[in-house]
Design a binder for this molecule. Sequence first.
Ligand SMILES: [Zn+2]
Length: 465
Amino acid sequence: MLAADCLLSSHPSTELHPTRPPRGRLSAHVYLGANHSAVRQGNRATIFRAIRALGPMARVELARRTRLNPATVTNIVDELIAAGLVSETGRGSSRVGRKPILLEVVPSARLTLGIDIARSAMTGAIVDLGGQIVERIDQPAGPWLTSDIVLESVADVIARLLARLSPDDQSAVVGIGIGVPGPLSGPSGPGLDTPSFRAWDGMALESSVAARFRLPTRVDNNGNTSALGELWFGAGQGVDNFILLNVGTGVGAALVLDGDLYRGDHGLAGELGHMSVSADGLQCACGNRGCLEMYISAPRVLAAVRAALASGEPSVVRSTLEAGGDLTITTLVGAVRSGDPLATRVLGDVAHYLAAGIVSIAHAFDPHLILIGRELAIAGDVLLDPVRKEVQRRVLPPLRQRVRIEVAAVSDAPVVGAATLAMRDFFQAPLANRSPASWSEAVSRGSASPLHLLPNSDSATSQPR
Ligand SMILES: [Zn+2]
């Protein structure tokens, strides 16, 4: 018997669908559809974000901006108003007919809790639907030796943040988002699998926080959380395709494609710091040569300044260091602004390699916008003006004048972004049973404590991505 016949006889269902590859044989070939409710839930977040960014605005304008049909807009707006998330506020102007009723969001209607775990510290914040921080805790900590220490510290910060809220505000908290350093190389469900933090392997961060606080909880890497913060509240508002390039201790990127995060097959999309910008360049610890990170990460840039100083090059930076000052990106940028030749040359080299990286990113993704975040963003236009000029010279002609390069806009992007992770989930889940009033009633009846907010426990666990 031929191999194909064996497969058919052991997979009866394939006989009914001869063009469909047998299960398990071609697992990479999947056909994803969007069912009606998923589309509707995505539209709900889109409409809320549009009202928040562009409002107060009328329903007809909202339909025009979102390109959704007016009936869909009306249905979703009714749902948002019923849940108390959007309110009607006065009337707009109109040359003909009745003046339209304007809509605006109610930022305080719900709250989300964000935790950002960095390499040696943790920040927690309660954030409203307008992206404003209501409460904040900065906890210097680490190095994170074991997953037990991390879990306890996260729970401690969450409990302290919730304790600062009034009972009403506690009931308005709808979820927890957590950003972790480095990529998650697997689904974050049962346990973390972060290649850069082997001690955390198997840590059930998402499920343990969800169970402890009875709130929907979601974990993602803090590059992705920052990008979500930019999409909802920052420079990425209204932009469907953008790349956030975070340049700090390392170089990481987050990809927002077609209006949502793109994670790739293994959650590793966006490792653009390890894109080679020099085929035979410096050896990187990752195994590749000439990685972008080797030329533009903050430690590498500062090491280049130190090496030039050690070789005797004159610079105003030398006197800063001799006076006991620190060498930072801010010091470097100050020196460039004062016309210092050494600092100007070092930052020029950074611009050169960054531009080479951005040209490849533009060719790969054709984004509308490339945002630079973290430490290197401090340099602003001092860095980005020469980068823009070089990108113009090197990028494919159709992309010239089209790719914008800007600095990221959200201050506290990682923690606000972590809270946005929970906010996005909130809008994508059914809104029924989610009014603060129903929770407040449950709390006052004693059938729920302020930290046990969700009426049905199945909503308290993480929802599938
Ligand atoms: Zn590398």
